[in-house]
Design a protein around this ligand. Structure first.
Ligand code: GLY
Length: 262
């Protein structure tokens, strides 16, 4: 009997043994238990499946410490997949395997030198594409993204971010009308007229939530923010991502989610 396709495909990548040597921008280096990170990552993949994804692992990249954070290597729309040029030079070699995985799923375009862009700096609400101006994404990266997406009617909006690695450390969409954000790192007015919900002040890292259709996947480390979200009627699947967080990774970073097209 033929299997029904799931509504989403999630591309993931194994935790590299070299993750202990990951890039760090804002956090001090602390020991990372790779075996534990792998267990957490497997739990994350199970939740992706529970939220309607077929999970497909891209070939592992043992010598790329940050390769588990596959989100940074591409930005995928229904119409096109755009390969990034990551802001950290150490991460640029992660892209070719992701390109191979995306081949045949979407037409491919790419961000090119001197532009830099990390997928962690991009989130989409409707036809609005918010892009962080960060240490990883430069003005040329935003301009190239704008040019590549213009034919499809997307509006690219640069957003100033301070104090954290990526835009999606500071803000992510909960649905088509609402953004979860940390107002200390990004001005909520950037998203107007969308509604914003602020993280609890004791949980500055709590603005990263993964939206898959109407489902939400969230790090269990932020109970006060979770309680705020529940008060607004949101329900979410929880994952322990504490080892990945030591590498400045969060729940959106560990997958590329594509809608399955008919
Ligand atoms: N360690 C995640 C990154 O810097 O890209």
């Amino acid at each position: 009997m033929e299997r029904m396709p799931t509504p989403f495909l999630a591309l993931t990548r194994d935790v590299a043994p070299s993750m202990v040597d990951c890039e760090l921008t804002h956090l001090a280096r602390t020991p990372i238990d790779v075996a534990r990170a792998r267990i957490q990552h497997a739990g994350y993949e199970r939740l992706l499946a529970a939220l309607g994804c077929t999970v497909r692992r891209v070939d592992s990249a043992p010598s790329y410490p940050d390769s588990v954070f596959i989100e940074d290597t591409a930005v995928v729309f229904d119409e096109i997949a755009i390969l990034t040029r990551p802001g950290a030079a150490s991460r640029r070699g992660e892209v070719p395997a992701v390109e191979a995985a995306l081949a045949g799923l979407r037409p491919i375009a790419r961000i090119s030198d001197p532009a830099t862009l990390d997928g962690g700096d991009v989130f989409v609400v409707g036809r609005r594409v918010f892009v962080g101006r960060t240490g990883r994404t430069n003005a040329e990266g935003i301009a190239q993204l704008e040019e590549l997406l213009a034919p499809y009617g997307y509006l690219v909006e640069g957003v100033t971010v301070t104090g954290c690695l990526h835009l999606k450390s500071a803000a992510t969409a909960l649905d088509e009308a609402t953004v979860l954000c940390n107002p200390a790192w990004v001005d909520p007015a950037a998203f107007a007229p969308l509604r914003t919900i602020a993280v609890h002040p004791d949980e500055p890292m709590g603005a990263n939530i993964l939206r898959i259709g109407t489902g939400l996947l969230y790090d269990e480390a932020y109970p006060r923010t979770r309680s705020r979200l529940e008060d607004h009627g949101y329900a979410m699947q929880l994952v322990d991502a504490s080892e990945l967080a030591k590498a400045e990774g969060a729940v959106t970073c560990c997958s590329l989610i594509l809608r399955t097209l008919a």
